[in-house]
Design a binder for this molecule. Structure first.
Ligand code: BG6
Length: 490
């Protein structure tokens, strides 16, 4: 497509807003939220009139000036565009700060009211809780008790609970103040362009959806290896582990989109109904189909217990007991300190009923020639891998690829990063890409057998693909990653 064709698409613009960032001095605000909000402002996607109020406990309070300097520094370090020029001046002028503690919300209440006056008319309130999970409940209670929650929306960060009981308690605490239509549980994976594109691929094309079921697909993999280790986050990671950090949130959410039935419409309720139906069809996890791993050297990281049983790697099989997927294994894998950092969904297609072509020995042994590979790195690609005849006198087949790459097909100038996309959706009040309370509770419910009886962690070498045992987990199939080199032309 001609890149220019995408340049003047209609841009959704939210109603006027006051956005409050709890945890404004924290890491997430610095790396993602402040740079993301500035990018939205620059792209003309923030409301016509808006104010952003930073908040933190009084012990970490900043003046308005200090908060602006903090934001400038964050944008300079992590933003896509420099904090300068008229766009920055306008953004900076919209920033202020109001401290808040459970027993002393007054500075925040005053800052919000001032911001609303500056916006003029009616402004929607959006609270973003970029705070550690232990603080969720007290911040929500503060919003309720101070009256700030009235008609407001709230974005809650992951992880949403650590098991079924804690997720239920958290939902109760949130629902005591905000009804579900105003709650946006964020999972930044769902903000990635390629996730929306799974919907487009499946439901806008006659080419793929007819194949998207057990008759044609033999297995599915959702593979998110990370090259990074825990990067000094021992305090967070020791109590969390890869299953809670990556699988219950990000990978299961992706699974919901890959496996869902066609929704009756592309709108929040219909999409989330279908996603939750997938979660309800998931069989409770069987610890016998889970490999937990820990990279060698993890126990020597500062802050990690010498006998830590926390997993830095997990691979597992999920079964979905519904008419579309019965008998098709979904294998999920994620871990730290692995060989590559990737985000890949692979659908393996069944072989035709008769093998009438000679394959070279490797293809025959491998049996993974037909695959649909969705790589959702930003900006991402989709590859259909199939067998083609190699030019020459004999009927010799070799693997070939049909590749769609975002970057080579469209301009990516208008692409939003995951957080930018999701903050914009929350301001627009669209919950399509946010987790619903019954969905998250069901995910913890199916996770209970594993949480109750986790298999022991097996060691793996940093830079590898995980512990021994991951190959037999997916047998008779093979992990799509690491990608094998395509055969050199003979
Ligand atoms: C976060 C996890 O939610 O996602 C991190 O807490 C992980 O441990 C990160 O590294 C991965 O996100 P992305 O978008 O970089 O793949």
């Amino acid at each position: 497509m001609d890149p220019a064709q995408t340049a003047d698409r209609p841009r959704p613009r939210p109603a006027n807003h006051v956005v409050v960032l709890f945890g404004a001095t924290g890491d997430l605000a610095r790396r993602k939220l402040l740079p993301g909000l500035f990018h939205l402002a620059k792209a003309g996607l923030l409301p016509q009139r808006y104010r952003i109020v930073g908040s933190a406990p009084a012990a970490e309070a900043l003046s308005d000036e200090q908060f602006r300097a903090h934001a400038r520094q964050a944008v300079a370090e992590f933003g896509r565009s420099r904090p300068e020029g008229p766009a920055w001046q306008e953004f900076e002028a919209a920033l202020s700060f109001g401290a808040a503690d459970p027993d002393a919300p007054e500075p925040l209440v005053t800052a919000v009211h001032e911001a609303e006056q500056a916006v003029g008319g009616t402004a929607r309130r959006l609270f973003h809780l970029a705070v550690p999970p232990v603080a969720f409940t007290s911040v929500v209670a503060l919003l309720g008790a101070s009256g700030l929650a009235q008609d407001a929306r709230v974005i809650v960060e992951k992880p949403f609970g650590t098991d079924l009981a804690s997720a239920r308690a958290l939902n109760e605490a949130v629902h005591a103040v905000f009804d579900e239509s105003r709650v946006f549980r964020i999972d930044h994976f769902l903000g990635k362009e390629a996730v929306d594109n799974i919907l487009a691929l499946r439901f806008a094309n006659g080419l793929f959806e007819p194949l998207w079921n057990r008759d044609h697909i033999s297995h599915v993999q959702i593979d998110v290896p990370e090259k990074i280790d825990i990067q000094g986050r021992a305090h967070f990671f020791e109590g969390t582990g890869t299953f809670r950090d990556m699988v219950v949130t990000h990978l299961f959410q992706l699974l919901g989109f890959v496996a869902m039935e066609p929704p009756v419409a592309l709108e929040a309720q219909a999409l989330r109904d279908e996603q939750v139906k997938v979660f309800r069809s998931m069989r409770p996890l069987d610890p016998a189909h889970v490999v937990r791993g820990q990279y060698t050297g993890y126990r020597a990281e500062p802050g990690v217990a010498a006998d830590s049983d926390t997993e830095t790697f997990v691979a597992l099989r999920v079964d979905i007991d519904n008419w579309r997927w019965a008998g098709v294994p979904f294998h999920l894998r994620s871990g730290k300190a692995l060989a590559e950092g990737r985000h890949v969904v692979t659908l393996g297609l069944r072989e035709p009923v008769l093998r009438m072509f000679p394959l070279d020995a490797r293809e025959a042994a491998d049996g993974r020639a037909n695959e649909l590979v969705i790589d959702f790195a930003d900006p991402g690609s989709i590859t259909a891998r199939f067998l083609a005849k190699e030019p020459g006198p004999s009927m010799q087949l070799a693997e070939a690829d049909m590749v769609f790459g975002y970057r080579s097909s469209f301009t990516t100038d208008n692409a939003l990063e995951a957080y930018e996309h999701l903050i914009l959706q929350a301001m627009l009040g669209d919950q399509s890409l946010f987790t619903r309370s019954d969905g998250i509770e069901r995910l913890w419910e199916v996770s209970s057998p594993l949480l109750d009886a986790p298999p022991p962690v097996a060691p793996y070498a940093p830079g590898s693909w995980g512990p021994e045992g991951i190959a037999s987990l997916v047998a008779p199939y093979r992990w799509h990653l690491p990608e094998r080199r395509r055969a050199e032309p003979r």
